[in-house]
Design a protein around this ligand. Structure first.
Ligand SMILES: [Zn+2]
Length: 475
């Protein structure tokens, strides 16, 4: 046996609930889970590495269902803005000045932040996905569900009014589809990689190209990961293009583009009927409450989607705006915002939030046979958390285990002290085993300073509200 974790609280996520085991133990051999059960009777003494789990929780690694890690380099660059400005006037003038090396550095920063706080699978949605995988995920041996972003609109839209329709450039879309195909060809047999298709959104890709993408996805037995119904900016484009009664969900449905193959991100500009339809069609949903709260001032309808029986998970989107890739923080945000939205504190309880960030995430990404729960034969993606912190104290187990709500409402993510992916230890006792965290912080600061400085004129010209706040001395 390679690794044994003993004397710990185990959250296995087997069955319909959390699968809690007291005085639990876990064995790992050849990258897979070889034992799940009680420490009593577990023959662990010959294991190469024994992790003592007293006062700890061991659970499946968290699954981030929607993340753009390269944009982590723009953290703090676009927030507190009107929704209509955020993309074209807020983040775009900065993103336009990022080089490929910047994207790679931003990705390293985002992945490290996620790993440090317990994420072991990243549903990466990016341009230059091949490079990001080759330079970040594969060398670090981190599990990724990779998507090359495809759209048919250029960068030059900072001057457009919200009602001006984006001009579609088919050759740009075709080129990006080719890059997506390259991603599949290169990595689909890699153990740590799953590939998906990534049309950006219905306002940014023509129906024609979307249908081609769907055909290819079905041929490759792969899913489509797409932003769906992202608020007013998208709605103006959809009604302008498809008629005043059109909505993203209606247009997708009419064109056979809703189905179990679709992973829909955000969905906050959908109504109850549309969500019922999406659930009926088997569409999966990923909610990013911090991002959508910050960018749109809206709570994603994940509570309703789950209530309807829909399959859902959580993601952190990009750090410019919501600010972090910490899924423990995201669970808390999801639960609190959803309770507030429904004016009902029983909605999205802690245990449900934990499910969304583990087995729920695995299901929406189509990898639940490999990860998402602790079961013998599954890949060993495991994290441990130390409960001996001020903000997690006290820990009691009778008449119930108070650490379950504490994991969601009190944890800040830094209690994660071991991160194991595919049986390999990435973080040990709170320290990265093979990654120089400080070197990446240094590089990220140098690169970000250059990007923000060289984008300065474009950013001023775009004239978002942040320019005004800066002039007033707030920033
Ligand atoms: Zn996104």
């Amino acid at each position: 046996m390679d690794i044994a974790i003993i004397n710990t609280w185990l959250l296995t996520f087997q069955g319909d609930n959390l699968g809690i085991i007291q005085d639990g133990a876990l064995g790992i051999e050849d990258g897979k889970i070889s034992y799940v059960g009680s420490t009593d009777g577990f023959n662990y003494k010959e294991a190469d590495r024994i992790i003592e789990g007293t006062d700890h929780v061991a659970m499946p690694g968290l699954i981030n269902g929607h993340i753009h890690t390269p944009l982590t380099l723009l953290r703090g660059g676009a927030q507190d803005l009107p929704e209509i400005e955020w993309m074209n006037k807020g983040i775009l003038p900065l993103a336009m000045h990022m080089t490929l090396e910047d994207l790679i550095c931003g990705s390293k920063l985002g992945v490290l932040e996620g790993l440090r706080t317990g994420t072991t699978t990243f549903a990466e949605y990016t341009i230059n996905a091949v490079d990001i995988l080759e330079k970040v995920y594969l060398p670090w041996q981190v599990r990724v569900v990779a998507t090359e972003m495809i759209n048919e609109v250029g960068f030059g839209r900072t001057h457009l009014k919200p009602i001006d329709l984006y001009e579609f450039d088919r050759s740009k879309g075709e080129n990006e589809l080719k890059r997506a195909q390259e991603l599949f060809q290169k990595f689909r047999s890699e153990e740590l990689v799953t590939c998906m298709y990534g049309p950006q959104a219905l306002d940014m890709v023509s129906l024609d190209l979307l249908k081609t993408i769907k055909e290819q996805a079905i041929e490759q037995n792969a899913g489509i990961h797409m932003h769906v119904a992202q608020g007013q900016r998208e709605r103006l484009q959809i009604t302008g293009r498809y008629g005043k009664n059109a909505s993203t969900v209606k247009v997708l449905h009419k064109n056979g583009l809703l189905g179990p193959f679709l992973l829909a991100a955000h969905c906050h500009d959908t109504n109850e009927k549309e969500r019922e339809l999406m659930v009926k069609e088997g569409v999966k949903m990923v909610a990013c409450p911090s991002a959508i709260g910050m960018i749109d001032g809206i709570v994603p309808p994940v509570g309703h989607y789950v209530e309807l029986g829909g399959s859902a998970g959580l993601g952190t989107d990009q750090a410019a705006g919501p600010g972090s890739h910490n899924l423990f923080r995201e669970m808390r945000t999801a639960s609190l915002l959803t309770k507030t939205l429904h004016r009902d504190p029983t909605v999205l309880p802690a245990w449900k939030a934990l499910q969304l960030a583990t087995i729920g995430g695995a299901k929406i990404l189509g990898i639940a046979s490999k990860v998402g729960s602790l079961e013998v034969g599954k890949q060993a993606d495991v994290i441990t958390l130390n409960l001996r912190h001020l903000h997690l104290t006290p820990t009691v187990s009778r008449p119930f285990r108070n650490f379950i709500p504490n994991l969601v409402y009190s944890t800040n993510g830094t209690e994660v002290d071991n991160v194991i992916i595919n049986g390999k230890v990435i973080l040990s006792k709170g320290k990265f085993v093979n990654i120089d965290e400080q070197a990446i912080i240094e590089e990220a600061n140098i690169r970000a300073k250059r990007i923000f400085e060289s984008a300065s004129e474009d950013w001023k010209k775009a004239n978002s509200k942040l320019v005004k706040y800066t002039q007033e001395g707030w920033l």
